[in-house]
Design a protein around this ligand. Structure first.
Ligand SMILES: C[S@@+](CC[C@H](N)C(=O)[O-])C[C@H]1O[C@@H](n2cnc3c(N)ncnc32)[C@H](O)[C@@H]1O
Length: 264
């Protein structure tokens, strides 16, 4: 295990892994996840539909000609990781994953050993230069060609005070025409009580200043002047659902996050 892991403090990455049915988590993560599930029964479905959206988004971008992906806040590997979906569709696809969680980094590095077209960067997304200038990023991604940039369920960890708008704009501006920005983001527009309960539990376990749900208008603004692909910024499951599992059976579990994809 990496030496910088505190197994007594729950981590967002490991709690999400547990909610998805993964095994890369510790007791502290499971306790927080159980509290969240107690407050919002069925929340696992919201995590699953986010992963289903990830797969649709990657396939959509590949269909539009994208062959390189930068997945920021990529998490602990689970079913259907970006490079698997992308490289299954086109083996030449290149993928860079970024996360600040040491367990996510360690498992991603294990998963990617021997894959010359994918790599892992350990960094905080609030340091764009570290990520964009990292040797792994520079080796794998060509910023003169279209890139699919993904921020899935990660931007709500960044408070407005950390200039979320300026930060996402910095990343947007590095992308060449034909690139896509894909976001999923927790919202309290539709299920405020449930999101308040989740935020309260996470803050109680991990400290104040955690979890920043945003409105549809605020999330839409993060796409800047990129052109939103229809249907726009919509509840995650309803972004071009293709089959069973894309939309949660409990309608309320479809209303915890928004998703959108936009083109430069
Ligand atoms: C809920 S998980 C989402 C994983 C994956 N993107 C998905 O949608 O399935 C959020 C991830 O964002 C990471 N994260 C949170 N804040 C971050 C930051 N400032 N920089 C980099 N990663 C961050 C966490 O470590 C965690 O792995």
């Amino acid at each position: 295990m990496p030496s910088n892991v505190d197994t007594n403090a729950p981590s967002g990455a490991r709690t999400y892994d547990y909610l998805l049915g993964g095994s890369h988590n510790f007791a502290a993560d499971r306790i927080m996840a159980d509290q969240v599930e107690g407050a919002v029964p069925g929340i696992r479905a919201a995590a699953r539909i986010n992963r289903a959206f990830l797969a649709r988004a990657v396939r959509f971008m590949i269909g539009e000609g994208v062959r390189q992906f930068l997945d920021i806040g990529s998490g602990i590997p689970t079913v259907g990781n970006v490079h698997e979906i992308a490289q299954q569709a086109n083996s030449s696809c290149r993928v860079v994953y970024v996360d600040r969680d040491p367990i996510a980094v360690a498992h991603s590095e294990l998963m990617l050993a021997g894959n010359e077209h994918a790599g892992m960067v350990e960094a905080d997304m609030r340091e764009p230069a570290t990520i964009l200038e990292h040797p792994v990023t520079r080796r794998l991604l060509d910023f003169d060609e279209p890139i699919g940039l993904l921020f899935l369920l990660v931007l709500h960890w960044i408070p407005d005070e950390d200039d979320i708008a300026g930060l996402v704009a910095t990343y947007r501006e590095t992308l060449s025409p034909g690139s896509y920005l894909t976001i999923t983001h927790m919202t309290d527009d539709m299920q405020a009580d449930k999101i308040d309960a989740v935020a309260g539990i996470v803050r109680g376990n991990r400290g104040a200043g955690q979890v920043h749900p945003r409105t549809r208008a605020q999330i839409t603004a993060l796409f800047g002047d990129f052109d939103l692909v229809p249907p726009g910024v919509v509840p995650t499951g309803t972004w071009r659902p293709g089959g069973i599992g894309d939309i949660a059976e409990d309608p309320e579990m479809n209303e915890l996050s928004f998703a959108g994809i936009a083109r430069r």
